[in-house]
Design a protein around this ligand. Structure first.
Ligand code: SF4
Length: 379
C-alpha cells in the first residue's frame, strides 16, 4: 500500500517541544507551493520505478492549514495528474493535518470538496494551562469547537492527538484529558510521550535545569491509563502510539510500518522505494531555489540487507499484529535469520516478546519499553 507524504514546513509559532522542520516565514508559502509543484512533476516516475501505485495522500507539517484552499487544490490536482490518479476521491485515504485555531466551516467544507476524507488535528491537551505551557495557539474550547465544525462539514474520519509524560501532567488531569477525548468519539487517536529534543525551547529548559522531566514510571503509568481507558471505550491499539475504532486504522501510516514504498515531497520529507531511502534538505530557501532551477536538494542511501532486516523487525514490532518470522526467514539469508532467532530466544524467555502462530509480538504491557526490546533483536 504505497503513499505520498507532503511536508508543509510553516508554523506561525513554535510549540516548546517540537523539532519538526518548520519556519515562521509564512510570506514564503507562495514560492514554496510553486517549488512543490515542480518537485511533484520531477518525481512523477517514482512509483513506476518501484512498481507501486499510491493509494494514500497525506499533507502534514508544520501546519498545512496555513495553506489556502486554492493552494491545497492545486497541489492535489498536480499529484493526481502526475501519478495517474483519476480524481482525489480515488485515494483510499487523503488526510490533511489541521490546527484547531485555523479551522473555519468554509475552509473545512472546501477541503472536503477537494477530496480530503480524513483530518488529523493536533489537540495535545484539553487543559488550558498545559496548552499555554506548550505554546500551542489554541485553547481547549477552540479544540472542541474545531472538532464539531469538522463533523458538521462532513468529516467522518478524524484523528486527534494527545501528549502525555510531561511534568505538569498529573494522573488526574490525564484521566480528564482521556475522558474528554473519548466523549468526542474520534475515529482515531494518536498519543505520544513528550520527548525532549535538543533544538527546542524545552530542550534548552532541560539543559539549564529549568525543566525536570516526569519520572519514567509516571509516564508508564499514564501510558497504561491511556491503554486501559481507550480499550474500555472500544478503541483497538494497533500500534505503539495509535488507537482506532474498528476499521479506522490509519492506512497511510500503516504503509510505513508495512515497509511499503512512499514518496515524501517538500523540505525535509523522506522517501523509500524498497531499496533506497532519500531525504530532502531541511532548508526552505535551498529547497525553493533548487526546485525552481530544475535541480533537486535531496540525498539518498542504499539500504544494506542488514539495514532492511533491522528496519523490518523494528517497524513490524511497533504494530500490535507483530512480526511474521516465517516471512523474514524466506526473505533473508539463513545466517542473518539464525542470528536473529538466537537473540529472540532470550527475549522470549524473559517474556519481552510472545509467540502467536508465525508471528512474534510485544505484549501490550511491554509496549511502553518497546524501543529497548526491539534494539536487542537487531542483528
Ligand atoms: S507541533 Fe505542529 S504546530 Fe507545533 S511547532 Fe510543531 S509542527 Fe508547528
Amino acid at each position: 500500500m504505497a503513499g505520498i507524504y507532503i511536508h508543509v514546513p510553516f508554523c506561525s509559532r513554535f510549540c516548546n517541544y517540537c523539532d519538526f522542520y518548520s519556519v515562521k516565514q509564512t510570506g514564503r508559502i507562495g514560492a514554496y507551493v510553486e517549488s512543490l509543484l515542480c518537485e511533484i512533476e520531477q518525481r512523477r516516475d517514482f512509483f513506476n520505478n518501484c512498481n507501486a501505485k499510491p493509494t494514500t495522500l497525506y499533507i502534514g507539517g508544520g501546519t498545512p492549514s496555513l495553506l489556502s484552499n486554492e493552494q491545497i487544490s492545486r497541489i492535489t490536482e498536480k499529484v493526481c495528474s502526475c501519478f495517474n490518479i483519476h480524481s482525489p476521491q480515488q485515494f483510499r485515504e487523503f488526510t490533511v493535518e489541521v490546527n484547531p485555531d485555523d479551522v473555519t466551516s468554509d475552509y473545512l467544507s472546501a477541503l472536503h470538496l477537494t477530496g480530503v476524507n480524513r483530518l488529523s488535528m493536533g489537540i495535545q491537551s484539553f487543559d488550558d494551562d498545559d496548552l499555554r505551557w506548550m505554546n500551542r495557539r489554541h485553547d481547549s474550547a477552540m479544540a472542541k469547537e474545531a472538532y464539531s465544525t469538522a463533523r458538521h462539514c462532513g468529516f467522518d474520519n478524524i484523528s486527534l492527538d494527545l501528549i502525555f509524560g510531561y511534568n505538569l501532567l498529573s494522573e488526574d488531569k490525564w484521566i480528564r484529558n482521556v475522558e474528554t477525548m473519548i466523549s468526542l468519539k474520534p475515529e482515531h487517536i494518536s498519543s505520544y510521550q513528550l520527548g525532549i529534543e535538543k533544538n527546542t525551547k524545552l530542550g534548552a529548559q532541560f539543559a539549564s535545569g529549568e525543566y525536570i522531566p516526569l519520572p519514567e514510571d509516571r509516564s508508564y503509568l499514564q501510558y497504561s491509563i491511556l491503554q486501559r481507558m481507550l480499550a474500555g471505550a472500544g478503541y483497538i491499539q494497533y500500534e505503539i502510539s495509535n488507537f482506532a475504532l474498528p476499521g479506522f486504522e490509519a492506512i497511510h501510516n500503516s504503509s510505513y510500518w508495512d515497509y511499503s514504498p512512499y514518496l515524501g515531497l517538500g523540505p525535509s520529507a523522506h522517501s523509500f522505494d524498497g531499496n533506497k531511502r532519500s531525504w530532502n534538505c531541511s532548508n526552505i530557501g535551498k529547497y525553493i531555489s533548487a526546485l525552481q532551477c530544475g535541480d533537486s536538494c535531496s540525498e539518498s542511501e542504499l539500504l544494506t540487507l542488514n539495514d532492511k532486516f533491522n528496519e523490518r523487525v523494528m517497524l513490524s514490532l511497533r504494530k500490535a499484529e507483530g512480526l511474521d518470522i516465517k516471512a523474514i526467514k524466506e526473505m533473508f539469508p539463513a545466517d542473518d535469520y539464525n542470528l536473529f532467532v538466537r537473540q529472540l530466544k532470550f527475549s522470549l524467555e524473559k517474556g519481552l516478546v510472545i509467540e502467536d502462530g508465525n508471528k512474534i509480538k510485544i505484549p501490550s504491557d511491554k509496549l511502553f519499553i518497546s524501543d529497548g526490546i526491539i534494539r536487542d533483536l537487531f542483528i
